[in-house]
Design a protein around this ligand. Structure first.
Ligand code: FES
Length: 157
């Protein structure tokens, strides 16, 4: 193994990427809370895919790491434990069910647009890294990302 190869590994991880655990950690726990550059995030490992989002729900700051994961119309979603808002893990869209105008007895899924900030997950050499997304674009969850919450009660201090 030459020196060039040995030196190439550190370059694969750029400085914006923050290590939040190992792939083994995620296989065991399925979800991990982390603080990335002073921002609370939650990373889910579900059906072989990683998803990182702001930890506090865009509605009122609920702790998304305590929510249930459900399939909603083909999208993998987290259900906030406080008021049951539905958030698509892949996009951060807020989803809800409403009347289907074409079939008044049925319900249909609608999107409110992206409400929860999602972040980039990168796997390197068995490590799971999060890179925060561009904060020049505002999302509703940004409001709660700057608040401080009690670790035990999850309520705002
Ligand atoms: S705080 Fe998440 S649904 Fe209200």
């Amino acid at each position: 193994m030459g020196q060039g190869h040995a030196n190439s590994k550190p370059e694969e991880v750029d400085e914006s990427m923050v290590l939040v655990g190992s792939e083994e950690d995620f296989k065991k726990s399925k979800r991990i809370k982390a603080t990335v550059n002073d921002r609370e995030v939650v990373i889910f490992y579900h059906e072989g895919k990683y998803h990182a989002l702001d930890l506090r729900c865009y509605h009122s700051g609920g702790p998304l790491h305590l929510g249930e994961i459900e399939d909603c119309n083909g999208q993998t979603c987290i259900i906030c434990p406080w008021h049951k808002y539905t958030i698509a893990l892949g996009t951060g869209e807020g989803l809800y069910q409403g009347k289907d105008p074409e079939n008044p007895t049925a319900k249909k899924w609608y999107s409110k647009g992206v409400k929860q900030r999602v972040h980039k997950v990168t796997i390197r050499n068995g490590g799971v890294y999060v890179t925060l997304s561009d904060t020049s674009i505002r999302y509703d969850s940004d409001y709660y990302a700057s608040e401080k919450f009690d670790e035990k009660t999850c309520v705002k201090k």
